[in-house]
Design a protein around this ligand. Sequence first.
Ligand code: ZN
Ligand code: ZN
Length: 134
Amino acid sequence: MKSRYEGSCLCNKVTFRVSGFSEEAAHCYCSMCQKFHGAAFGTLVGVFGLTWHSGFDLLKHYQAENGATRTFCRECGSSLGFRVKDAPIEDIELAIATFNGDIPVKIDAQIYTRYRSNWCRLEPDLPAFEEGRA
Ligand SMILES: [Zn+2]
Ligand SMILES: [Zn+2]
């Protein structure tokens, strides 16, 4: 298995590398993920050994009313990451779809499904939680 996984924003000015991923990753259907990712759900994953290769100064951070901070590329608008309130940038969870190529992450849940849009269907084989993980 590889020990380096690289990702980037759409304009490729922000690039990063990680050495591993946390075990759990879920599709999140909360309304904030929907808005931030412009998609039916957001999928974020905890990472190990994160290094920013380029474009660190292009990262823009938006703090929502609940204190959670979402990070995106100032240049192209790509949704890159999420941090809980008061967490440092080192603890950022990254948007899984920004990685290049395959990564060893298994989605094991669907969360905040009560906020799901009517035009999007859940995956029948994945555990679903109306709010966060039980
Ligand atoms: Zn960009
Ligand atoms: Zn969410």
